[in-house]
Design a protein around this ligand. Structure first.
Ligand code: PHE
Length: 371
């Protein structure tokens, strides 16, 4: 007597399965059927995969649900545990197999699409050229490395500043001639708003830092600055500086000079000599320009150093006591030094670049030289 109904649609009792072994045999039969159907699936045939999934896991007509309805539900209490366990195992097997097949079908589908589009998957892939760090970036990192190695830490600050931080607190009052070189980009804001400008140097971070913390202070501040300069081979309206500030109870001109000399030798080589030239900044007293012996002629005089034997590196000095007044530091107890250098200038010195504009044009023929 043959029954046309598939086994999942007949109860266990109808099929005479009363023992655990009998039940397990029926489950094995169903599982073997699933495995056969799964094995027949053509890789990449997503429609066939969907049909297989529906016939096994479908809510109304799926085999797994039918077994739940016809085997598990009507089973006598003593069989329920074993039927339930076997059903769970079967379901887990069906689900994980289908999941695997889906992943394979999708991969094959993609490959098939590529193949039918004429793409040759055996060709090597397109290599995307890896970029390199910009020379300004490399210089900044080298400057940071040197100062970090002698106990400075790096802080950063806003590129938009108030006149107070950019000028006043640095001892540059409103009508001071020192503002002329820095009278610069102000933000156009609605009438009545407080004035804001693009910082002309990184020195405002001296003030921010001293407002925030008590001495000792040993910081460097890398960052972008803006000035109303016409572009030429040594000027750009946007450029980078790195500020330095060291304030403590026992910092003298000797520490200042020693730090600067150490830095110059680290950055430009051990044979480089340093010269301090008197200068003027409203926020340092005394102030000094730091020169290095010319890297090209070693001080003999050549075209690069305009026959001076020296090249100007950066401005610096001992912090003017007036500045401490703006940040409530006790000028009688503490002292310190500060410097501010142009990063582009340092990069140009180091790499022998003659035109600052090259640093901004992003011409890969130029940039490739600094890999
Ligand atoms: N801020 C000055 C400038 O931009 C440089 C400087 C910094 C000088 C710190 C002295 C001390 O020209």
């Amino acid at each position: 007597m043959s029954d046309a109904k598939p086994i999942q649609e007949r109860t266990l009792a109808e099929q005479g399965a009363a023992t655990s072994e009998g039940i397990a045999a029926l489950f094995a039969e169903v599982r073997a059927r699933f495995d056969r159907e799964a094995a027949q699936l053509t890789a990449g045939d997503l429609a066939a995969w969907t049909a297989l999934r529906n016939s096994w896991l479908g809510r109304s007509s799926g085999v797994i649900n039918a077994i739940g309805d016809n085997w598990l539900k009507p089973a006598p209490p003593e069989q329920k545990r074993v039927v339930g366990k076997l059903l769970n195992e079967l379901k887990a097997h069906v689900e994980s197999t289908l999941e695997e097949l889906r992943a394979r079908a999708e991969a094959a589908g993609a490959a098939g699409a590529a193949a039918s589009s004429g793409a040759d998957l055996s060709l090597p892939g397109l290599r995307r050229a890896l970029g390199t760090r910009h020379p300004i970036c490399q210089t900044l990192e080298e400057l940071e490395r040197i100062f970090l190695s002698i106990g400075f830490s790096v802080v950063e600050g806003p590129e938009i500043e108030t006149p107070y931080y950019n000028f006043e607190a640095l001892n540059i009052p409103e009508h001071h001639p020192a503002r002329d070189t820095m009278d610069t980009f102000y933000l156009s804001l609605p009438k009545g708003s407080p004035e804001l400008l693009l910082r002309t140097h990184t020195s405002p971070m001296q003030i921010h830092t001293m407002e925030r913390q008590q001495p000792p202070v040993r910081i460097i501040v890398p960052g972008r600055c803006y000035r109303r300069d016409n572009p030429d081979s040594t000027h750009s309206f946007a450029f980078h500086q790195i500020e330095g500030l060291a304030v403590d109870t026992d910092i003298t001109f000797c520490e200042f000079k020693g730090t600067v000399e150490y830095f110059v030798r680290e950055f430009l080589g051990p044979k480089t000599r340093t010269r301090l030239r008197p200068s003027y900044f409203p926020f340092t007293e005394p102030s000094a320009e730091v020169d290095a012996s010319c890297f090209a002629c070693d001080g003999k005089g050549c075209r690069i150093c305009k026959h001076a034997g020296w090249i100007k590196l950066f401005g610096s000095g001992m912090v003017d006591p007036a500045v401490y007044g703006f940040v409530n530091y006790d000028a009688k107890r503490i002292s310190g030094f500060a410097f501010g250098m142009g990063v582009e200038r340092m990069a140009m010195m180091r790499y022998g670049i003659s035109d600052i504009q090259l640093l901004y044009q992003n011409d890969v023929r130029f940039l490739r030289q600094f890999v």
